[in-house]
Design a protein around this ligand. Structure first.
Ligand code: FPP
Length: 242
């Protein structure tokens, strides 16, 4: 079975999971954190090198203030409670998204998670927080624009690599597989540039119900997909020329 090097997950459906049980949305997000813990362990066990999770989008600020503060609180708790364990397990944490505007305590925790785990090699956990694909591309364009303005690069020398290198995910391979739970079939501003050739798997279950077995099953589905990256696979070439 081909194991994807990089799996990215849109952890969707916490609210509906809670609603179906007559619980407050916060209970759904808490159960979502537990599913995240399990998924990090499963990813390590299955030998996935990179796991990216969409924890908070740049659009999530428009949710009611109480839910925003619940989500921020859960992130803080996750880092405070789980960082030591992640570090012991050899997980390197990296955070993508706009960090400038975040509250200093959250910024501090994100910086701490990255610097403590910088030497770890077992699994790279990329947390997309205050992240939006379009916002990331805008910030990258501003950097490249400043380089052009200062005469450091010529417009004609801009390549896809120039853009990849200016994104938050610089140095991170593009995701091979994007999984979204909860039955919604869209990317919702997640890794827009990076997911150009990713395989997409949409699962009907809500995120808190995502189990290690479902994770393994998604990897099995991935391993039988034929990836062409815009080209043709050998079999097509043979049959069309025959
Ligand atoms: C989508 O569910 C999920 C989110 C907006 C956030 C994902 C967050 C977690 C899994 C928990 C927090 C983890 C960290 C590390 C902060 P939804 O609320 O959109 O669900 P719904 O579509 O059913 O309403």
């Amino acid at each position: 079975m081909t194991t994807p090097a990089h799996v990215a997950i849109i952890m969707d459906g916490n609210g509906r999971w809670a609603k179906a049980r007559g619980l407050p949305r916060l209970a759904g997000h808490r159960a979502g954190v537990e599913a995240l813990r399990q998924s990090v362990k499963t990813a390590s066990k299955l030998g996935i090198a990179w796991l990216t999770v969409y924890a908070f989008s740049s659009e999530n600020w428009s949710r009611p203030q109480s839910e925003v503060s619940d989500l921020l609180g859960l992130l803080k708790l996750f880092i405070r409670r789980d960082l030591a364990e992640l570090h012991r397990s050899g997980v390197r944490v990296r955070v993508i998204g706009e960090r400038e505007d975040l509250q200093p305590d959250i910024r501090g925790l994100l910086d701490e998670a990255e610097s403590l785990t910088v030497g770890n090699r077992a699994l790279n956990l990329v947390i997309a927080f205050n992240y939006g694909g379009r916002d990331e591309i805008v910030r990258a364009m501003r950097k490249i624009g400043a380089d052009v303005e200062a005469g450091r690069i010529a417009p004609a020398s801009i390549t896809p690599e120039t853009i990849s290198d200016a994104l938050d995910t610089s140095g991170i391979p593009d995701p091979d597989l994007v999984i979204r739970t909860s039955g919604e079939m869209r990317l919702s501003n997640f890794l827009l540039w990076q997911a150009a050739y990713s395989e997409l798997i949409f699962l009907p279950c809500f995120w808190p119900d995502f189990t290690p077995e479902q994770f393994e099953d998604a990897l099995r589905q991935f391993s039988v997909r034929e990836r062409r990256f815009g080209g043709r696979i050998e079999r097509d070439v043979v049959s069309s020329s025959a």
